[in-house]
Write a protein that binds this ligand. Structure first.
Ligand SMILES: [Mg+2]
Length: 387
């Protein structure tokens, strides 16, 4: 069985946990300091209940709720918390994969009582970080991820052989990861509305209507034992990973270039951080985007200069986008990863020193480029421990 953990309103929850003044209040996390002129990067459940969601302009959000609490995104806090939660989950002794900054998956085998385990994980996460997670358990990764969304927030859903059919019948097909605004109308047109409708179709049929994606979808729904620990990235215990990456799925698609750029910056920062932590340099930068118009876009570029500088990675990703003519795509999910890795030749200490110098310069460059309120390099918060 696969157990999928999805942190609830992760960035906003981390902010609420750090600053108890925000607990129970509608809160948004913005990508820049100017609170009326930025984008909602995350919203607390209290804000979500009012109809505020990420990707929205903060101006719009403040119109809905003038008393909204506002904080600026600080990647370091989220990366730190994410890594600590991952470690905590690994502590349960199962093979555990990092899926995205707020999602983790563990292969819990068939002898574990999933309900008790899920409750225990939730309890531990809450006790240690004062934030909640929703957990789904099912026979494979795709269904476990779906299950994690069914009882949000702080929910548990376990899909067993007995309840699979009735549960899937109640869930719209679009809830399934990968079924986006492009695929959904095709399915609806064929009378496929629920996940169960989809589940009952043959591989051949799904392939005939959705091509390769249909085959993958069938595989994803029906496979039993595949533990997809390399969904987007490889950050296991392998001393020399093939690639290092981070991805994120937004609650809804956004075409806001500021929002998209901020996220590329954030993901590049996270990738750079991981490279530096492992004393690695990367030649190849890879960008993956998914959205209603562009479908699944994936492209990479290789430079003759290896880097682990986050800003340089960010710059390389923007270059890929510009080269591919992606001006203002609507984006639902994105991933940045670094491949063609090589061990940094000089000692870590020196790297660290160089990095700090480089980062200071990078901060200046960003501020020059995007103005003073641009997203802050995580170095500001790397060393800060929560509580
Ligand atoms: Mg989440």
């Amino acid at each position: 069985m696969i157990l999928h953990i999805d942190m609830d309103a992760f960035f906003a929850s981390v902010e609420q946990a750090i600053n108890p003044r925000f607990k129970g209040k509608p809160l948004i996390v913005g990508t820049r300091g100017n609170k009326f002129n930025t984008v909602v990067c995350a919203a607390s459940y209290e804000a979500k209940r009012l109809g505020i969601s990420s990707g929205m302009s903060t101006r719009e959000a403040f119109q809905i709720c003038p008393h909204l609490e506002f904080v600026v995104a600080e990647q370091g806090k989220y990366i730190w918390t994410s890594e600590q939660v991952l470690q905590l989950v690994r502590g349960f002794g199962f093979e555990t994969a990092y899926i995205s900054i707020d999602e983790f998956q563990a292969d819990i085998g068939s002898d574990t009582l999933p309900q008790a385990l899920a409750e225990n994980i939730q309890k531990q996460i809450y006790a240690n970080f004062n934030i909640t997670a929703s957990i789904g358990v099912a026979k494979n990764c795709l269904l476990a991820k779906l299950a994690s969304k069914l009882n949000k927030p702080n929910g548990i859903a376990i899909l067993t052989e007995e309840n699979l059919t009735p549960v899937l019948a109640k869930v719209p097909a679009k809830k399934l990861s990968g079924v986006g605004p492009k695929t959904e109308p095709i399915l609806t047109g064929l009378g496929i509305n629920s996940c169960l409708d989809l589940y009952r179709k043959s591989a051949e049929f799904l392939e005939s209507i959705l091509g390769k994606f249909g085959t993958n979808l069938y595989e994803g729904l029906h496979c039993e034992e595949t533990f997809n620990s390399g969904l987007d990235l490889d950050c296991g215990s392998d001393p020399m990973p093939k690639s290092v990456g981070h991805s994120y799925t937004f609650p809804r698609a956004s075409g806001n270039p500021q929002f998209i750029r901020a996220w590329i910056r954030l993901l590049s920062e996270m990738v750079g951080r991981r490279l530096r932590a492992q004393n690695l340099l990367s030649f190849t930068t890879h960008l993956w985007l998914s959205g209603p118009e562009i479908g699944n876009f994936s492209s990479q570029a290789t430079s003759d200069q290896a880097t682990n500088d986050s800003y340089e990675l960010y710059r390389r990703v923007l270059k890929i986008m510009a080269k591919k003519g992606l001006k203002q795509p609507e984006i639902r999910a994105m991933g940045v990863s670094a491949a063609s890795l090589t061990q940094a030749s000089y000692p870590a200490l020196f790297t660290e020193q160089k990095r700090r110098e480089g980062l200071l310069k990078a901060m200046d460059r960003i501020n020059d480029r995007f103005g003073e309120d641009s997203i802050y390099p995580a170095v500001v918060t790397f060393s800060r421990k929560i509580k």
